[in-house]
Design a protein around this ligand. Sequence first.
Ligand code: 2BA
Length: 108
Amino acid sequence: MKLVFAVVQDYDANELLKEITSAGFRATRIASTGGFLRVGNTTLMIGVEDYQVRKVVRIIDRNCRQRTERVQPEIIGDVHEWYPAEMVDVVVGGATVFVVGVERFERI
Ligand code: 2BA
């Protein structure tokens, strides 16, 4: 069994969850915050059998878009020296996905 963690943009989370659950998968939605931009995003935990990982990743891929966020350099803290003083564009990916092995799974 595997646990898929997907960090996605809030804009995509509802449609993605809809498709994940209608495909028969179970998921947990966690409100999270990106360490770099320090704005809200969504982390989904999806427990699946090994053979289902590819299908879940395909659903994530279909539902998550890359976007460019225009941010003030101050909100990205210590790195503001790297950028000019005006607003900067940061490309935020469609999804950041981790697939980890599960040693034991129980529903009680
Ligand atoms: P944030 O940490 O807020 O990052 C948002 C976007 O800012 C990133 O998009 C990336 O394009 C840029 N970015 C992040 N760190 C940077 C840095 N040190 N220098 C320059 N640009 C930087 P994504 O890479 O698509 O990541 C989207 C979100 O996924 C991240 O939000 C974070 O919540 C999560 N994430 C990404 N990589 C991760 C990792 N290795 N471990 C845990 N979470 C991760």
